[in-house]
Write a protein that binds this ligand. Structure first.
Ligand code: NDP
Ligand code: MG
Ligand code: MG
Length: 330
């Protein structure tokens, strides 16, 4: 089994006398900044003027421009959207990246695919929580944590691993478990996971199930509950007890259906398609396509976003969730 690190294995003192700049105050940014601050670290947020700048101020953070924060800090964590990182890095961060600083990421995309090439005289590593940023904050506040990966790309100081672990502890991830990886492994598996299972696979499965029921004449509200709403309840059981734990709670009829129907839906062809995704990611084809999509103004991204926004499942869901304030608290 891989070596796991937990709170008691990590001494966070090594990071206590360093200044940490969190660049970006979005999903991951706000969570890292607030968790680290609440854990007693010296944090400054670097972000451009606008919505998140104001939000960071409102949350009581010390806020500066990206350039100022990068200059002020010993450790610079880049939590900007992946496709914006190259430009902001080159213009505002690289000039401030003097010898001995640490350059940190939450995803290996830009370094692994050659978009950002850090200088040789700094530490470079990643700390990647395995969960959405808003849950990184929410679980921390609840006394828990989202597990994370860390990977060392460059260890100039000889302390990169200790600092990475201290950082992971500071955001609460060592309450859940921290695991060492490489930039290649983190990047490939993260992209594969979100495409094949977590996001791409799941949304397509939900839509197909919903459409099948509605096209057969069943009520859309019922189809929504059946294929989207209840998915969370089932996944919660899997999160708590794995596949067996979930199957303990469902009826034997559901469990029998699970065994015999699952392989008719996710077939050998589906697995072949997954292997195709993995190859595209490994060979850089996916990264090239995504970089190109951004350089050309995101025509396909925007079109697909619009199509799904107006999907019937979204319209029905919005009405139903409005009646369940306990579901959508933000
Ligand atoms: P977000 O899209 O939530 O980041 C948005 C933030 O970046 C905002 O504060 C935004 O400011 C700022 N920003 C955007 N463009 C610029 C710019 N040109 N100059 C300055 N600030 C800018 O990012 P995520 O949190 O989703 O992702 C951050 C990193 O974390 C990525 O590497 C991602 O792969 C990784 N990651 C993300 C996860 C997630 O849960 N989302 C999970 C694990 C890793 P403004 O408000 O002004 O636009
Ligand atoms: Mg991920
Ligand atoms: Mg990702």
């Amino acid at each position: 089994m891989a070596k796991m690190y937990y709170n008691q294995d990590i001494n966070e003192e090594i990071l206590k006398d360093k200044k940490i700049a969190i660049i970006g105050y979005g999903s991951q940014g706000h969570a890292h900044a607030r968790n680290l601050k609440d854990s007693g670290f010296d944090v400054v947020v670097g972000v451009r003027p606008g919505g998140s700048f104001d939000q960071a101020k409102e949350d009581g953070m010390e806020v500066m421009t990206v350039k100022e924060a990068a200059e002020a800090a010993d450790l610079i964590m880049i939590l900007l959207p992946d496709e914006r990182q190259k430009q902001v890095y080159e213009e505002e961060i690289a000039p401030a990246l003097t010898e001995g600083k640490s350059l940190v990421f939450a995803h290996g995309f830009n370094v692994h695919f050659g978009q950002i090439t850090p200088p040789e005289n700094v530490d470079v590593f990643l700390v990647a929580p395995k969960g959405p940023g808003h849950l990184v904050r929410r679980t921390y506040e609840a006394g828990a944590g989202v597990p994370a990966l860390f990977a060392i790309y460059q260890d100039k100081s000889g302390e990169a691993k200790d600092v990475a672990l201290a950082y992971a502890k500071g955001i609460g991830s060592a309450r859940g478990g921290v695991l060492e990886t490489t930039f290649e492994e983190e990047t490939v598996t993260d992209l594969f996971g979100e495409q094949a299972v977590l996001c791409g696979g799941t949304t397509a499965l939900v839509k197909a199930g919903f459409e099948t029921l509605v096209e057969a004449g069943y009520q859309p509200e019922l189809a929504y509950f059946e294929t989207l709403h209840e998915l969370k309840l089932i996944v919660d059981l899997m999160y708590e007890g794995g596949l067996s734990g979930m199957r303990y709670s469902i009826s034997d009829t559901a469990e029998w259906g699970d065994y015999v129907a699952g392989e008719r839906i996710v077939t050998d062809a589906t697995k072949e398609a997954m292997k195709g995704l993995l190859t595209d990611i490994q060979e850089g084809k996916f990264a090239k396509g995504w970089i190109n999509e951004n350089e050309t103004g995101r025509p396909t991204f925007n079109k697909m976003k619009e199509v799904d926004k107006t999907h019937q499942i979204e319209e029905v869901g919005q009405k139903l969730r409005a009646m369940m304030p306990f579901v959508n608290q933000k």
